[in-house]
Structures are given as structure tokens and as C-alpha cells.
Design a binder for this molecule. Structure first.
Ligand SMILES: *Cc1c(COP(=O)(O)O)cnc(C)c1O
Length: 252
């Protein structure tokens, strides 16, 4: 990255942090209650390194091959240090659709999987994790508007999947819920969807007697509304990194 690109990236990142802080204040919430996941899909490892040096800790990826390659390339770069000279350990989040067949083994390097959406995937992950004994933190992705092109369980199937995970998957640590509202409900129009995910989480909490602390909701266009409805993880790509290159133009 050249110096101008780097500066642009750092400036946009700073603005997003300010907006997030303002959204928390407006909602009467403390800044620490909401983690920013910088969604770096289709952006180069050098851009991740710039934000890492600026102190950003959580990064999200959607495509497994791309994510694994980016992490390898990043490991080969000089280690980013923040303003205090400390090296910042990245927490990787996986946000994309996972196919049970091949992906179960790959997910182990991720701090949080946001997109658990089927019994089959839960089974595949459980089998794999049982071999290593590791517990994988996961969120269930809910397809609130039942859009056919989106992954996620329907609200009707959510209790089934949640019960299944709790009863049959001791190596899955269910932490909460994630959603992607319909794109036409941009900005504050998305707020009712976020409110709905929040209330689904409350119902599930009572049903499972689990804390389910995480609500992963809110992206570039609508994260202020998500924070107002209790988001604990906002996933922001475009407002930080700029427009993504088309998926076809890079290997994913
Ligand atoms: C791409 C993506 C984001 C980030 O979207 P922006 O609009 O670029 O902020 C967030 N969550 C998921 C699941 C995504 O796929």
C-alpha cells in the first residue's frame, strides 16, 4: 500500500471508531460493550496490517480459502505494533457460509464462528472438535426475513438448532445470535430487524438458561441502529476499507 492509501484507511477507521463511540453514547451504553469487527474480505493483508498497527484487534472474513491465505501472508509480514510498541494479537472471526463437508477442520483457527446455520454443520464441527478437545465459540445465524438467497436458520427453526447444539454438541460454545437484515432496509429502517434478533435472544436465554451474551448485528450502513438495539459485535467492511474489489477479480 502506498502512503496515501494507508492514510486514507487510517482516517476512515478513525471515523468509524468515532461514530461507534457516538452510537454507544446515544444508546446509553459503554464503548467496551460493543466490539468492532473489521471485515477485511477481498482486501489485502497489507490493509489488515495497517489497522492492526492502529490497534484493531478483531477481523472478519467470509471465504475460507481467502482467509487462510491472508493469515499466512500476514504472518510473513513484519509484525505490526501499536502506538505503545505492543504487538496486537488478531482475533479472527468467520462470517461466511460454511459447508460442513470441508470447512469443519478449517474453522479451528477462528475466535468466533458467526454463521452456524444447520444441524449438519453443527454435527460436522462437533465431530472435528471432539478429536482435539477444543471448544469452538459459535453464533447461530438467523435469516430473519426468510430470504432465499441468504443463509441462516428461520426463526421457526432457531429453537430446534439451539436445543440440538446444547444437547448434542459439547464442543460448541453457543454465545449468541447473528443476522444480516434485508439490504433494502438500510440504515434506521433495519432497526426493527435488530430489535427482533434481540428479543429472539431473550427468549432463547430463558429457554436454555444460558447467558448468550453476543448479538452480532450491524454493518456499514446500519450499525448505529444495531447498537441502539443491543449489538455487542458490529461487522464493518466498506466504511473502513472502502469499496471491495469484485469477487471475481481475486482468488477466493
Ligand atoms: C461483507 C459483510 C459485512 C460487511 O459489510 P459492509 O457493508 O461492507 O460493512 C458484514 N457482515 C457480513 C456477514 C458480511 O458478509
Amino acid at each position: 500500500m502506498d502512503a496515501a492509501c494507508e492514510r486514507g484507511l487510517t482516517v476512515r477507521y478513525g471515523r468509524v471508531l468515532e461514530r461507534l463511540e457516538a452510537a454507544c453514547a446515544a444508546a446509553g451504553r459503554r464503548g467496551e460493550e460493543v466490539a468492532l469487527v473489521a471485515v477485511s474480505k477481498l482486501h489485502p493483508p497489507a490493509a489488515v496490517a495497517v489497522l492492526q498497527a492502529a490497534g484493531q484487534r478483531d477481523f472478519g472474513e467470509n471465504y475460507m480459502q481467502e482467509a487462510l491465505r491472508k493469515r499466512r501472508e500476514l504472518a510473513a509480514l513484519p509484525r505490526a505494533r501499536d502506538a505503545m510498541g505492543e504487538s496486537v494479537e488478531i482475533r479472527w472471526h468467520f462470517l461466511g457460509h460454511l459447508q460442513s463437508r470441508k470447512a469443519a477442520q478449517a474453522v479451528e483457527g477462528f475466535a468466533l464462528l458467526h454463521s452456524l446455520d444447520s444441524l449438519r454443520l453443527a454435527d460436522a464441527l462437533e465431530r472435528r472438535l471432539a478429536l482435539t478437545g477444543r471448544r469452538q465459540p459459535v453464533l447461530i445465524q438467523v435469516n430473519l426475513a426468510e430470504e432465499s438467497r441468504k443463509s441462516g436458520v428461520t426463526t421457526g427453526d432457531l429453537p430446534l438448532l439451539a436445543d440440538y447444539v446444547v444437547e448434542n454438541c459439547p464442543h460448541l460454545d453457543l454465545r449468541g445470535l447473528m443476522c444480516l437484515p434485508p439490504v433494502f432496509d438500510a440504515s434506521w429502517a433495519a432497526r426493527p430487524h435488530f430489535a427482533r434478533l434481540h428479543s429472539l435472544r431473550e427468549r432463547l436465554r430463558a429457554r436454555l438458561l444460558l447467558p448468550l451474551p453476543e448479538l452480532s448485528m450491524g454493518m456499514s450502513g446500519d450499525f448505529e441502529a444495531a447498537v441502539a438495539e443491543g449489538a455487542t459485535l458490529v461487522r464493518i467492511g466498506t466504511d473502513i476499507f472502502g469499496q471491495r474489489p469484485l469477487a471475481q477479480s481475486v482468488h477466493v
